[in-house]
Design a protein around this ligand. Structure first.
Ligand SMILES: [Zn+2]
Length: 74
């Protein structure tokens, strides 16, 4: 856990905080200081940068195997 605060969940003000290395939406509590109901999925970029990067890395990057037809007709 660190003191990471940043606009993250679509707000123009810092609406994200870090709890145990994951970001939580500060707007998701019912009352001020209440329990947060949205968050915990996104790793904190400050204290959990490796996981954060992995979370946002597009894993759809496909490795293309080009099948080359090597039929020799001799
Ligand atoms: Zn953090």
């Amino acid at each position: 856990m660190c003191d990471y605060h940043a606009p993250f969940f679509g707000a123009t003000y810092p609406d994200a905080c870090c709890i145990d290395g994951y970001l939580w939406d500060l707007d998701s509590c019912d009352e001020p200081g209440g329990a947060l109901s949205v968050g915990g999925d996104i790793p904190c970029p400050a204290c959990n940068p490796t996981a954060h990067e992995a979370y946002f890395t597009d894993v759809t990057e496909s490795e293309e195997f080009t099948e080359t037809c090597t039929l020799s007709d001799d």
